[in-house]
Design a protein around this ligand. Sequence first.
Ligand SMILES: Nc1nc2c(ncn2[C@@H]2O[C@H](COP(=O)(O)OP(=O)(O)OP(=O)(O)O)[C@@H](O)[C@H]2O)c(=O)[nH]1
Ligand SMILES: [Mg+2]
Length: 446
Amino acid sequence: MESFFENIVFSLREVFSTSPELVIIVGAGGVTAFVLSMYFLVFRKKPEKAEEVVMQPEEKDSHILSEHKEEDVSSDTLQPKAQMYSVDEFLDEREGEVEEVGEEDIEIKQEEIPREELRLEEIKEEIEPQGAEETKQGLFERLRAGLSRTQAGLLGRLDEILSLRKEIDSDLWDEFEETLVMADLGVGTTMKLREAIESRLAKKSLRDPLAIKMALKEEIFSMLKKAEGRALSLDVKPFVIMVVGVNGVGKTTTIGKLAFKLTKEGKKVMIAAADTFRAAAIEQLEVWAKRVGSDFLKGQSGVDPSAVAFDAVKASLARGTDVLIIDTAGRLHTKTNLMEELKKIRRVVGRELEGAPHEILLVLDATTGQNAIQQAKMFKEAIDVTGIVLTKLDGTAKGGVIVAIADELNIPVKFIGIGERLEDLREFRAEEFVEALFLTGKETLH
Ligand SMILES: Nc1nc2c(ncn2[C@@H]2O[C@H](COP(=O)(O)OP(=O)(O)OP(=O)(O)O)[C@@H](O)[C@H]2O)c(=O)[nH]1
Ligand SMILES: [Mg+2]
């Protein structure tokens, strides 16, 4: 070792003796390096960013840790947590393959979804006013507010034409018809209403134009009453509800609201995303499931929707689910016909659980007016729709379409949507609806 250092010192001497300039250069370099390092050590602080960079992961870890701690400690008292099952692609995308699948091909994986900040308790607090009486009145007021534009379109105009006339004549009837058609009641329903009102007035020998309005209220009520659907019977377990409708009508939102309603009633709910054509659609439904605290089942994007539905029924049976709600696509990006796809889902579900689906709810968008009737006819023909959900009644003047739906379709109206909030799905009650529609603000409630 000694000889090694001696060799280095010897070589350096050799170099410096042959080139004295090198001594100056190396010396000057050494001094500069010393001065600079002293400067950084004494005058410059440590860059603050470096601290942040170190802190960030620590903070993140401790946040995750506290979340876990919280869950461990309070798991007994928590609201039901969302569960996610990812469905293996046990079925090929090929048509009909689902019919062939055996139990051994199916594997359900269960993993926890972290709880969302918004929990059921918080949601309940947000929306539940004090006192039962206040709630009833508040709910009615909300329905009334939701129907205000339809009311303005139908009754505002009717009031105008009736108050201008001294007697009932053919001109008045023409205007009456025009008003009802404009309010999306449809020509056929309007004609029926006119005839019924004419004979009602004739029987009572009423000639005052204002009598038309009261008669209209009664006739609309009796039409709507016939369409008043029985609530979901929920008489079997799992009670399977398939939700269908064209795109954008509010299927997914309705499912979220319905799951919320049923969960509040103490039911164990599972939501299945059989709309596998859009990844965003699955995510949207997952958010609802988390908010409500229901179980959630999804397949990978692009997987056969009937495979997801099939698996959902199996999972519901295994988990003792009270209600399984299946979301479906409103439009397909493949060549497959939407109706054929829906029929297939229904068939597969029925094969796995006799009598299922127990309800096929068709969602219709009130803002589309008479178009909703055409959609309903199409769906009714293809699959046996058992009930209608009419959404977006708030903020549209076309809500009168509900009268045409009741009159023309012979499908019960089970629910109405009057807003985007969780509690904005109502069981359809003809009396409440007509009262809210015809109440001008001066009358008292009875
Ligand atoms: N104002 C109002 N908006 C609603 C109501 N129901 C649904 N919406 C809104 O309508 C839009 C479409 O709703 P979605 O639930 O995504 O409709 P969808 O039928 O699932 O649509 P696809 O999955 O594309 O077929 C959303 O912005 C909802 O917030 C309602 O009763 N009132
Ligand atoms: Mg959807």
